[in-house]
Design a protein around this ligand. Structure first.
Ligand code: HGY
Ligand code: MN
Ligand code: MN
Length: 416
């Protein structure tokens, strides 16, 4: 396949301007974003993205999970499209670039190819996957998971948020439920550009991460039940303090992750305390333990240790404990051909690069099950993400999109 010339580059300012315009939708309180999935802000961001795609001459598609597809025609309509994309939904205290860079970086590719009137044999499709974050509706990567046949659509539709609203109802309410069958689209390849969300690229002084693998993830929801009681008049020996039980379990979660240093990680980001009243001993707590590792056997060991240790703690304290697996996926090895296209692109363009294992989960981790897939990563300042202070530089964004452009165009085959 003819490789594109090294002078084929995206318009970095236009990409940056689009990122800043999208960031105005669903603003956070500290400079980032709160554009959670299936909210009115998500709907507004979708509409803006669609208007840009239509202005770029794309044909729009929408499936029954709200996944959006913007297609640029290829010279061979029978050739399977090359897909690029990520997600526009954010964490409640999210940054401006997590997911968004991959969607708008994909759009920037189409805009650049239009500017230069470059034709490709395979069509190119930019994708916005619904609910990658899994914050409002667990698990993460919900819609790419349905697309890849991991979850059923009915199971996904029944997922509820903290207010008991279902995914299916909220998708219909915001008016972004399409008719396309989810997963009916077949891909020649899929590429996702994403910020690293960790400190490695910046620390190593590299512009580009050539992502060879994604670490696996396990989400175990733990419910500890004790007894609501007065914080003042209940003698210490009589207490069944579910909050204290949780605290001791979370200490163990940290120890378990450290026991598999340096690659394993563990924490709980979601914690609900009931009745959450200042003068009531918590009778029930529900929290989600997030374990990750590039090694599946390590994840399985951490899950097993959690159950043994939590049961011991609760038995000692006279508490009940229950466990529910609410999310997870095995470690991922991306497609060698696609990874090579990313590496060749970085080399051709003269960007410093290194191989990387993704610490975070991404839609690419599920799409990899149904199509040859790879990821391109750019650094982020201090490795910070899932924080409103998430920051990247315009140059990092442009370098990532340039590499994405070359990997996609090489795979989509330039014509003429
Ligand atoms: O949880 C993750 O790794 C992703 O950011 N949703
Ligand atoms: Mn993301
Ligand atoms: Mn994220």
């Amino acid at each position: 396949m003819a490789a594109p010339g090294e002078n084929l580059r995206i318009d970095g300012q236009r990409l940056w301007d689009s990122l800043m315009d999208m960031a105005k939708i669903g603003p956070g309180v500290a400079g980032g974003n709160n554009r959670q999935t299936l909210t009115d802000a998500d709907a507004e961001g979708r509409a803006l993205f669609q208007s840009w795609c239509e202005a770029a001459g794309c044909t729009m598609g929408l499936d029954q999970m709200g996944n959006m597809f913007a297609q640029r025609a290829g010279t061979d309509p029978d050739a399977l499209p090359v897909y690029v994309g990520s997600h526009l939904d954010t964490q409640p205290t999210g940054g401006k670039y997590d997911g968004v860079l991959g969607v708008l970086g994909g759009l920037e590719i189409l805009r650049t190819l239009n500017d230069l009137d470059v034709k490709t044999k395979h069509p190119i499709v930019v994708t916005n996957f619904t609910n990658e974050e899994g914050t409002r509706f667990a698990p993460a990567m919900l819609s790419s998971g349905v697309f890849a046949g991991i979850h059923t659509q009915d199971w996904a539709y029944a997922k509820t948020d903290a207010e008991g609203k279902t995914f299916g109802d909220e998708l219909a309410r915001i008016g972004w439920r399409g008719d396309e069958e989810v997963g009916a689209r077949k891909m020649h390849a899929f590429f996702e550009l994403h910020i690293e969300q960790g400190p490695i690229l910046e620390a190593e002084g590299k512009d580009i991460g050539v992502v060879t693998h994604g670490q696996g993830l396990s989400w175990t929801q733990v419910t500890v039940t004790g007894k609501d009681a007065h914080t003042g008049s209940t003698p210490m020996p009589m207490r069944k303090n579910a909050g204290l039980g949780m605290a001791r379990i979370l200490e163990k979660v940290d120890e378990i992750a450290w026991s598999h240093a340096p690659h394993a990680v563990g924490a709980a980001g979601h914690i609900d305390v009931y009745p959450n009243s200042r003068n009531v001993i918590p009778g029930r707590v529900v929290f989600t333990v997030d374990f990750r590792s590039p090694d599946l056997s390590v994840i399985e060991d951490m899950e097993a240790q959690l159950k043994v240790e939590a049961q011991k703690i609760c038995d000692d304290m006279g508490l009940e404990v229950a466990f529910e697996k609410v999310g997870g996926f095995d470690p991922v090895a991306f497609d060698e051909g696609c990874v090579t296209a990313v590496r060749n692109a970085a080399e051709r363009l003269g960007y410093s690069h290194m191989e990387l294992i993704s610490g975070a989960g991404h839609d690419a981790c599920w799409v990899n099950r149904v199509a040859p897939t790879a990821m391109v990563m750019c650094p982020c300042v201090d490795g910070l993400s899932h924080n409103e202070a998430e920051e990247i530089t315009k140059d990092w964004a442009a370098a990532g999109a340039d590499v994405l452009l070359h990997a996609v165009v090489e795979t989509a085959e330039i014509v003429g």
